[in-house]
Design a protein around this ligand. Structure first.
Ligand code: PLP
Length: 386
């Protein structure tokens, strides 16, 4: 990869992953050097590593308003959601029903599909045209046979925020266990387990300036759940395997920083995001926004560029690192499924570009990215349909 691509790119893909903050790396390094012990060992090195893990457990819990002993460290958000869904399903003697949305991440859809293959019924509720699932639609899907309700807190592609709290109240009324995938919302908006009323909540390290390869699952006291991996008794017996100490320490520090910075960062990033939208729209008046303009993450701008393919646009907008959300299937480029589910026609949905901002984004980045994208759009569309 050329240096230009790695260093000069204007990074607007924070929903894909975030850089590790310097403070996070500083917290981790001692655990990659002299603090290398196994947290299960009772000698000095082990105790030191254990203290690092337990400090992190408290820091993660503090950010979401849980107790330290309700945090289970995992390897990623995918593992957390698998543990939540498959771990609860494993406690049931017979297949039951899961209620979920039709716009979940594969970390949720795949374990649900696996349960379906084993005789469970999966009810997938579609969002309304604004990308938000309506509480009444979930309510209609609920019944006494529902064992699990899993609804993402914020959508990774379009950023829409789902009514998890209202859904949890109704789901609990029918006796279901409630899980939310908060991989995208943690650190961007307030996420408090009691406000959301959830039993299980997924966290990903690399979406909030901690390393990749670490995540956590919040498990509310009293939730009946079994481990998915089998091994020794780490993590309250729910996730065996020697802990990834340095990364866990990094996740803890990242949560602490997120808590300190959330109030100011939310406002700052939202302003930058809105300026980006205004700058793009000034040149491309028929640019369209995907999803609810208000009820979405402050950092996320999913837009449809008219008369162009998003991938072709990004290839032409040199130096802008963003994503299209499109998928390639049998050699054919498919538009982002979530955008099609909003009722957007597939050709127009192919013009989607997801611009997601973060802690290192500045007004200079926004200005340069807007210029690069609008120039690219003009160049690509000059000859007519791209
Ligand atoms: N859930 C959501 C909403 C995500 O955006 C992602 C990553 O894109 C994941 C889960 C999976 O995260 P990981 O790849 O770290 O397991």
């Amino acid at each position: 990869m050329s240096p230009e691509r790695t260093t000069d790119a204007i990074y607007l893909d924070f929903n894909a992953t975030t850089p590790i903050l310097p403070e996070v790396l500083d917290a981790m390094l001692p655990y990659l050097r002299e603090g290398f012990g196994n947290p299960s060992s009772d000698h000095a090195q082990g105790i030191r590593a254990r203290e690092g893990v337990e400090l992190a457990r408290g820091q993660v819990a503090a950010l979401i308003g849980g107790s330290a002993n309700e945090i289970v460290f995992t390897s990623c958000a995918t593992e957390s959601s698998n543990l939540a869904i498959r771990g609860v399903a494993a406690t049931r003697a017979a297949p039951g029903r899961v209620v979920t949305s039709s716009i979940e991440h594969p970390a949720t859809t795949s374990p649900c599909a696996e349960l379906e293959a084993r005789g469970w019924t999966i009810t997938r509720v579609r969002p309304r045209s604004n990308g938000v699932v309506d509480v009444s639609d979930i309510e209609q899907a609920l019944g006494p046979d529902v064992a699990i309700v899993t609804l993402m807190h914020a959508n990774n592609e379009i950023g829409t925020i789902q009514p998890v709290g209202d859904v949890a109240t109704r789901a609990h009324a029918v006796g279901a266990v409630v899980h939310t995938d908060a991989a995208q919302s943690i650190g961007k908006i307030p996420v408090r387990v009691d406000d959301l009323g959830v039993d299980l909540l997924t966290i990903a390290g690399h979406k909030l300036y901690a390393p990749k390869g670490v995540g956590a699952l919040y498990v509310r006291h009293g939730t009946v759940i079994q481990p998915v991996l089998r091994g020794a008794g780490q993590e309250h017996g729910l996730r065996p395997g020697t802990e990834n100490v340095a990364s866990i320490v990094g996740l803890g520090r990242a949560c602490e920083l997120a808590g300190e910075r959330l109030a100011t960062e939310r406002v700052r990033i939202r302003q930058l995001r809105d300026q980006l939208w205004e700058r793009l729209r000034a040149v491309i008046p028929d640019l369209a926004m995907n999803g609810d303009p208000e009820r979405r993450l402050p950092n996320t701008l999913s837009v449809r560029f008219p008369r162009v393919d998003g991938a072709r646009l990004l290839a032409a907008a040199r130096g802008v690192a963003a994503s299209t959300g499109s998928a390639c299937h049998s050699g054919e480029v498919l538009p982002p499924d979530v955008v099609v589910q909003l009722g957007v026609d597939p050709t127009s949905a192919l013009g989607t570009v997801r611009l997601s901002l973060g802690f290192t984004t500045t007004i200079d980045h926004v200005t340069r990215a807007a210029d690069a994208l609008t120039s690219a759009w003009q160049a690509v569309t000059r000859g007519g349909m791209a």
